[in-house]
Each structure stands twice: as C-alpha cells, then as structure tokens.
Ligand binder design. Structure first.
Ligand code: ADP
Ligand code: MG
Length: 482
C-alpha cells in the first residue's frame, strides 16, 4: 500500500500537509530526522503514519500528560487499539501489567519522568523499536524555553534501545536549539527538515498602553468584541485568576483561569471544557496550550510579554489551526520587562543556596532548610555530577547559573527590541529565525495595516451561538429525560 492509501485508510485525509511527506520519507529511509514544522501542521502524523509501515514499536516521548492523553484518544478514535500512555496516571498494578505486555502495542507514549523508571527500562530493552520520537523536542535544549533536565536521560534510553531511528519534532528551534537536540540525543548523521515558522493566517498586533489600568480596559474591550474562542496569556498565576474573575464580572461568563498551580484534575477539566466549547476564554500562564489540538482558536492575547520570541511563536501558534484568519495581540506597557528581569535572578539558586546544597549533600544531610523551589532543586541536582571536587563544583555551578541568567536576559532584550521596533512584525520574527519574508500578506500586522473589523464577532453570529446553546441544552434535557 502506498503512503496516500495509508493516509486515507488510517486517518481519512486525502493529501499531506506541507512538510509531512518529506519527514515521513526521511524516517522510512532510516534517517535520524529533526523536523521543524509550525504548530498545527500535523507533526503527530509524521510518526503515526510510519507506525503502520514499520515493523516494530513506535516510542513517543511527550512532555505533557494532558497532551499525551489527547493523542492517545485521537488514535483510538481513528480505530487504533494498540496504543498506550505510560505516565503517573497509572497505578502500580496497571503499570506492571502494561510493562509485561509492551510488545503488544504499536504506539507507546512515555512521559519524561517515567524515563527514570528502571523497571520500564528493563521492559523496553526487550522491544523491537522501529522509531523513537521526541515530541516538542525544544524542551531538551538548555537554550530552549522549556528546559527540563529529565529529558537529558534520553541519550541513555536511546542507547538501551539500540540506537533506533529517531525523530525530533518541534515548532520552533533556532540553530542553537537544534544543535543541542542533536547532542543530547547523541544523533549521528541527521537530516534536518526545517520549514518556515510563519503562520500567514495569524495577524500580528502590538499595542502599547501607557499604564496598567489602560491595559486592563483594553483587554476587556478586546475580549468583549473579538471572535472567540481565545486564549489570554499572563506571566503570573495570580493575575490570570484575577482577570478570569474580572472578565466573568464584566459579563464574559465562559472565561476561566488555567495555571500550573492548579491541581492536575482541575487543569484537565478546564482544558476539556475549552476543547468542547463550554469555555470560550482561557486566562492562562504559559503552562497552558502546548500541543492543544483545537482548530478554531480565533485570538491569542498576551497581557504580559513572553520572555523570548520562541515562546511567543509557540503561544500564538495555537490560534487558527483551521487555517482561518486569527489574530495575535500583544499588549505592552513600558516597564513590563522588569518583572521577568527580576525573576530570572531569583529563579535559579543563589550563591548561598549553591554553597550550602553541595556541602550539605556531601555530608548526606537534608536540604529542606534551603527552601528550594522545584526549578532550583532540579538545577542543583542535575549538575551535582560535574565535578568531584566540591569547591570546583560550586564555582562551576555558579558560572553555569550566571550564563543562563545572562542568556535569558539577552533573549528578553531581543523580544523587547522586536516589540519596540516600528516595522513589519512578521519580518522581525522571520529574520530572527534566519528566514526571509515571501509574499506580502493582506492582513499581516498592525504596521503593514489591517482592519480590526475582520476579527470582531458580529451580533448575528452571537445570536446563532445562543440559539445553538439553547438547542443543545434542550436536546440534553430531552436525552436525560428528566
Ligand atoms: P502539531 O503537533 O504540528 O501542532 P497535530 O499533530 O496536533 O499538530 O495536528 C493538528 C491537526 O491537524 C490534527 O487535528 C490533525 O488531525 C490534523 N492533520 C494532520 N495532518 C493532516 C492532513 N494531512 N490533512 C488534514 N488534517 C491533518
Ligand atoms: Mg504536536
């Protein structure tokens, strides 16, 4: 059966999207492949389709639990039974059972924290792995915005699995990040298939407001008027909650907050309600949205600026997956950059924490008194092994910390520069990724000129929606029969 027949048979699609076929052919020819494809183009298909051709198991390392569940559900809906997700949702018995029968599955999704599970490693060893996939691979890179030390074990896993053909997928990766991916996965002879990061159907707008009050008013006005659904990004959990409350007070009833401080079940519930159109507006921190498969998101607003252009692109990329016109609006108030600048300094361990952590650790004491955050303890624990000599270790780790802080500051400065530069927004982003702009667009950005009316919801549509809600409520009532 050829690729097109398989595409039709297993996924019901008639053609590949730009970039997909190239990636699939590269994997099938046995090449390690790094693929940069913009959000929403269908990266999952790039390993799911080969799963029906290759002889063996496809292992997918995926950074987010909710994301993983979503992918598994999708495959199941498409008729695939031989798919499983290994993550902390499984209880010990379920886990044991699945570990024993791993070879029965065609697709095995694994969360990064499971990669340290020795029992799993033993079971994986016995498998014939035809393809090893790292989704959202920018998370591997120490220069990526989602740096996660758990990921750095991938090299070991690949060795244990006998160096299988590997596919790293991401929507945004500069050359630095790609080099890190290659290094941390220990890949030799890699094919890099890089597509434009541009999403022409998303118009880019930056609006400067003179103070916070004006910014809040602007936000309310936009959320009331814009076509929904939409996501608003905030840099703090507290603001995301406060704004969700404010929006509801101001009549936008179907708005809710989502952030990493909420418990897992609550987060999944909110995400699910958003996917099912029960919620129209999410006030989120950057914890929301990676891999979210919702086609019709019409706007992404940044109430606070992201800390680097890569994050901005990932976040706005959640809009307009259906290809219809969508808008990304960044609201900037002078001085917004001071919060992150200050945060970068506090996020990683202080001199004192570094000194005490390694001295205490050597004597085998608890580190609880150091009041370390998750990030700080992961950072300290990850670098523990880089030197035998304690003094040298402390010096080295301080210097790594300083380099990371400086790097983040530089990234933020680039973001700020882009915000303040008074020229085509898209061009600025494309240049950042060493791309040149192709054809001029109708609704490019606020500098090139666009008509905001294109993005506003009209009353008709609103009435239609209301009618729909009534109809669905009625049919629900009738179905329930009470
Ligand atoms: P990404 O990981 O690149 O952000 P996904 O893999 O989540 O994107 O896919 C986004 C959506 O595109 C999914 O709903 C998927 O079913 C759809 N899709 C993927 N490939 C195709 C195709 N060739 N034709 C039509 N739709 C596709
Ligand atoms: Mg994806």
């Amino acid at each position: 059966m050829n690729l097109y027949e398989l595409l039709k048979k297993h996924f019901g699609f008639h053609s590949f999207r730009k970039g997909q076929e190239e990636v699939i052919r590269s994997i099938l020819s046995g090449q390690h492949t790094i693929s940069v494809l913009p959000t929403g183009t269908g990266k999952s298909l790039c390993y799911q389709l080969p799963g029906y051709i290759l002889n063996g198991t496809v292992i997918i390392v995926s950074p987010l639990l909710s994301l993983m569940q979503d992918q598994v559900e999708h495959l199941k809906i498409n008729g695939e039974k031989r798919v499983v997700a290994l993550n902390s949702f499984l209880n010990v018995n379920e886990r044991k059972k699945i570990f024993r029968s791993l070879s029965e599955y065609r697709f095995i999704y694994i969360s990064p924290e499971m990669l340290t599970n020795q029992l799993l490693l033993q079971s994986l060893k016995k498998l014939k792995v035809s393809l090893f996939v790292v989704d959202e691979a920018h998370c591997i890179s120490q220069w990526g915005h989602d740096f996660r030390p758990d990921y750095l074990r991938l090299k070991e896993i690949r060795t244990v699995l006998g160096n299988p053909v590997t596919l790293a997928l991401t929507a945004t990766a500069t050359e630095d990040v790609r080099n890190d991916i290659i290094q941390y996965l220990n890949l030799k002879n890699v094919t890099q298939l890089i597509n434009s990061v541009d999403r022409p159907n998303i118009s880019l707008v930056i609006e400067e407001l003179s103070n916070k009050m004006n910014k809040i008013n602007k936000l309310l006005e936009l959320v009331k008027q814009l076509k929904k659904p939409g996501i608003i990004y905030f840099s703090s959990k507290r603001t995301s909650e406060e704004m969700a409350i404010l929006l509801r007070k101001k009549g936008i009833a179907n708005a809710a907050a989502y952030h990493g401080g909420m418990d897992q079940e609550q987060r999944i519930l909110i995400q699910q309600q958003f996917l099912n159109n029960q919620l129209q507006v999410i006030c989120a921190t950057s914890a929301f949205g990676m891999g979210i498969n919702k086609e019709n998101i019409r706007f992404v607003i940044h109430f606070h600026m992201p800390y680097q252009i890569e994050s901005y692109l990932q976040e706005i990329g959640r809009a307009g997956r259906d290809g219809n016109k969508s808008i990304a609006i960044l609201l900037y108030t002078p001085g917004d950059e001071f919060i992150p600048l200050h945060m970068f300094e506090k996020e990683l361990p202080s001199d004192n924490q570094i000194e005490k952590y390694y001295s205490l650790n050597i004597k085998g004491h608890h580190t609880a008194d150091l009041m370390l955050s998750d990030v700080q303890s992961r950072f300290l624990s990850y670098y523990k092994g880089i030197s035998e000599n304690n003094n040298e270790l402390i010096l080295k780790v301080k210097s790594i910390r300083d380099i990371r802080i400086r790097y983040k500051q530089e990234k933020l400065k680039e973001m700020l520069h882009w915000i303040k530069e008074h020229r085509c927004r898209r061009l600025g982003i494309l240049e950042y990724f060493n791309e040149v702009q192709s054809i001029p667009l109708m609704r490019c950005c606020d500098i090139c000129g666009l008509n905001m009316n294109d993005f506003l919801s009209n009353d008709r549509e609103w009435i239609e929606n209301e009618k729909m809600n009534w109809q669905s409520m009625l049919s629900n009532l009738l179905l329930r029969g009470d």
